[in-house]
Structures are given as structure tokens and as C-alpha cells.
Design a protein around this ligand. Sequence first.
Ligand code: ZN
Length: 301
Amino acid sequence: MKNKALKRLIYGLLAFLISLPLFSFKLIDPLKKDTVADSGFKIKTIIVDAGHGNRPPGASRYSPGSEGSYSLERNVTLAIALKLQKAIEKEIPSIRVVMTRTTPDDVPFQKRSDIANSNRGDIFISIHCNSLPYKTSREVVGHKHHKPVYRTVSVPDRSGRGVLLLVYSTKRIGPQIEALRENAEIGVDQQETQSHREDDPMSVIMLDEFKNKYRKQSIHLADLINNEFTQVDGRPSDGVREQVLFVLDHTAMPSVLVETGYINNSKDEDYLNSETGQNEIVDSIVRALKNYKDEVEQVSK
Ligand SMILES: [Zn+2]
């Protein structure tokens, strides 16, 4: 009996000693900083991302975005993103806004998330316009041997209206975890970096914590933005959805993709291209950001 108790004590001590270095690694710092229960957390940097863009000179691939009857998504997103930058800087002067693009040229997805992560963004807002794909239907174009001959026709579906908020789905966790790890390592010296290597189970658990927290925060921010759109601006809404999105799955911060309206719907296209529409969209996002910021910083006081 006595022997067993002694063994237990020794094993307990051993386990404690072994776990000591695990608790001391630096990954704890960014996690602590961002934990709601911790004191003094402030949102300092917001990344504003204008979706799509023109083909950059010499580029073989780019993401042109969708088209309306007279306007292009890539131009609308840039106009709204630039207005959003100005509005945040005016309404929340303590916040630094970092743009992923300010020119008409497209920026690759990876570079967008690199900009977000290397600037240590606290929030990532991506601006897009929605569009419904063409509908296909079959119509009879004649008869052959007494049987009808069909033809498949594509017709534009202009029935989509209003906003949609997308947040990153957790189906693919690999790239996001990598981004979190890279973020955590910024400013950490070599010796400390080695202590949270990939094979360290503790760091995997903590990165998982990060990911779950960002998912929850993303959904909450998306809800706040959606509420402003629907309750203040009276916009129709498809709500908040989780989706696997490349541009968001590499960002190690709460991230929301805002589909600001259907560019292939004539009413929405007019709204998206109008000063009034763009200002309403921007003001709604800024109000939601203020509320979110107040909430997050309030809890941490
Ligand atoms: Zn888009």
C-alpha cells in the first residue's frame, strides 16, 4: 500500500516536471492576449479586403468576379472597401485599417491572407457582390420522326436580392492552423519557436482552441453586421452561412465575407452602384464593428 502511494507521488511529480516547459512556451502570449476573459484586450487592426480585381500585368491567373448589366463586382467592391477604410478611420480613430488592395488590380488569395496575418489583423472583412448562376431549361425546338427535339437554353437568374454573410467553415482546418502557427511565431526568437513545433500536442490543442474561438467570433460579428443590414437598412438577407472559402481559411483572425448585394439583380445593382447604397452598406458595417469592439473590450475590463 505504502509503496503504491509513493509510486503515485513520484509519477505525479514527474508528470508535473515534464509539463512545466510546455506551459512556458510563448504561444500562450497571443492566446492570452486574445482571450475574452483576459484584461486589456483591444482591437487595433482591421483588414479590409476588396474582392477580385483586374488582371494584373503579366499575370496568368486572376479572379475577375461577377458582372451586372452595366457594372463589375471588382469595381464595386473596391469603391465600397475604400469608403469603409475612410469611415472606420473617422469613426474609430484608434483602429489601424490595412487594405489588401487599393488599386483595380487583383491580388492573389495567398497574398491577401499574408497581408492580413503579417499586419496582425484583429478582424478581416472581405467585401464581395453576389450573383446567381444562369438557369438552364429545356425547350422544344421541333419534331423529328414524330418525337420532340429539345434544346437546352441558359437564361440569367436575376431573382437574387439582398445580403449574405459568409464565415469560414471548419471542414478544412489545415491551412488555417498553419496560418495561426505562423502568426504565433512572429516576433518569437528561434529558441522559443522550437518549443512549439508541429509534433507538440499542447500546441496543437491550443491552435485548435484558437480556431474554435475565431469561428465563434466570426459568426457573432457576421450576425451583428446582418442585423444592421436588415433592421436599419431594411435589406433582404440570406443570413449568415458557414462555407469553405479560400480567402478566409488562411486568415488567423475572426473573418467575415460580406456579400453586399446581387449585382445581377437590377435593383441591387443600382443600389450597389449608388452613393446612398454604398454609404448605407459602409455605415452598417461600421456600426456593427463598433458594437463588436465594445463587446469584446467590455468583457475584458
Ligand atoms: Zn466575389
